[in-house]
Design a protein around this ligand. Structure first.
Ligand SMILES: [Zn+2]
Length: 348
């Protein structure tokens, strides 16, 4: 899943994402909650309509951003009070308000509000954090069950450019549809706690299961060990989602272990910093060695960037700080990631 933090996958228009074969993208509740605000998006028909994206969307709960981006947060059993990183205003997110926000955005898959346990953390801290995430998961589920009918797509009016006019397809009937709520397994790097968290999360009952609390600074070998161990305890007939990974090599490796879904800012963020993933390894396009290189970025890549432009041109755009550099670099990196996953699906 490409990451579309602020209702946009940075630098890439939605029609290009469709051409690249993006089936689902991720939106960040924390950012959309602060700007433009949940009610605004709801009044505009929900996130799909607001950003003109008919395909699937997953929103996170905002928990990870609250813990990583905001200042002066205060965590209680009730929820988290924090200061907005935009204007310093005091805000509050809880299992109930984060679920309400995600129902208001109307994504297809939504996540319960959890506490992302920091790394390193001692055993008692990891246990206490995991227990709170489980209590929060129950509250999220309860709120969801009571309010799942309040999604914006059940009430919206046709807009000037309806989906049907744009695509020529009949809109799907959504009257009996609800969002899917996934559960999140925590438990730090402790394999026994991960098992317990998985079992108790499954007991609450969700449409899919995510492995959270990884890629928080731990060594990669440890990430892999925790993923492999946790997957054994998650049902094979439900989507299994590993949050916040990874490199092209890692997404292949995790797929082999049984992970179905992943999201990561790496392909888009690295692209904006001139770091490109290719079939021949990483290319730092800013380097002077590419100034006279007339070859394509990746000779084995069928994407529109590699088919049309030279390394010399991409290097020039980057050096000149041109907006097009971000656009082309991001399109290639996303294309490379999506091709990687297409190969994985094909081999499965
Ligand atoms: Zn390419």
């Amino acid at each position: 899943m490409p990451v579309g933090t602020q209702a946009t996958v940075k630098a890439v228009p939605q029609d290009v994402l469709e051409d690249l074969g993006v089936q689902i993208l991720l939106g960040n509740t924390y950012h959309l909650y602060l700007r433009p605000g949940i009610e605004q998006v709801r009044n505009l028909g929900g996130l799909h309509r607001f950003m003109s994206w008919d395909r699937a969307i997953l929103t996170d709960s905002g928990g990870f951003q609250v813990f990583s981006l905001s200042d002066l947060r205060k965590v209680t059993e009730d929820g988290v009070t924090f200061r907005s990183h935009l204007d310093g205003s005091s805000r509050f997110l809880s299992p109930e308000t984060a679920t309400a926000a995600q129902i208001g955005l109307g994504a297809d898959v939504i996540m319960p509000f959890d506490e992302c346990t920091e790394y390193p953390a001692d055993a008692s801290r990891v246990r206490a954090s995991m227990e709170m995430t489980l209590r929060w998961a129950e509250r999220s589920k309860r709120y969801f069950e009571e309010h799942k009918g309040e999604v914006p797509w059940k009430s919206h009016q046709p807009s000037a450019i309806s989906r049907q006019e744009r695509t020529g397809r009949q809109p799907m009937t959504t009257d009996n549809c609800t969002q899917a709520l996934f559960g999140i397994v925590q438990g730090g790097m402790d394999l026994a706690l991960r098992k317990e968290s998985a079992e108790r999360t499954i007991e609450i009952g969700f449409d899919g299961y995510a492995i959270g609390g990884l890629s928080v600074g731990e060594p990669r070998a440890l990430t892999r060990e925790v993923v492999e161990s946790t997957l054994e305890h998650l049902p094979k007939d439900r989507p299994r989602y590993l949050m916040g990974v990874g490199t092209p090599e890692e997404i292949v490796e995790y797929s082999k272990l049984g992970v179905d879904m992943m999201d990561c800012v790496l392909p888009t963020r690295a692209a904006r910093h001139g770091l490109l993933f290719t079939s021949e390894g990483k290319v730092s396009i800013k380097q002077a060695r590419y100034a006279g290189d007339q070859g394509p970025l990746d000779p084995n890549c069928p994407c529109r960037v590699c088919q049309r432009y030279s390394r010399a041109y991409l290097r020039h755009l980057y050096a000149a700080n041109e907006v097009l550099a971000q656009i082309l670099n991001t399109i290639h990196n996303l294309s490379f990631y999506l091709d990687t996953m297409r190969r994985v699906r094909h081999s499965i």
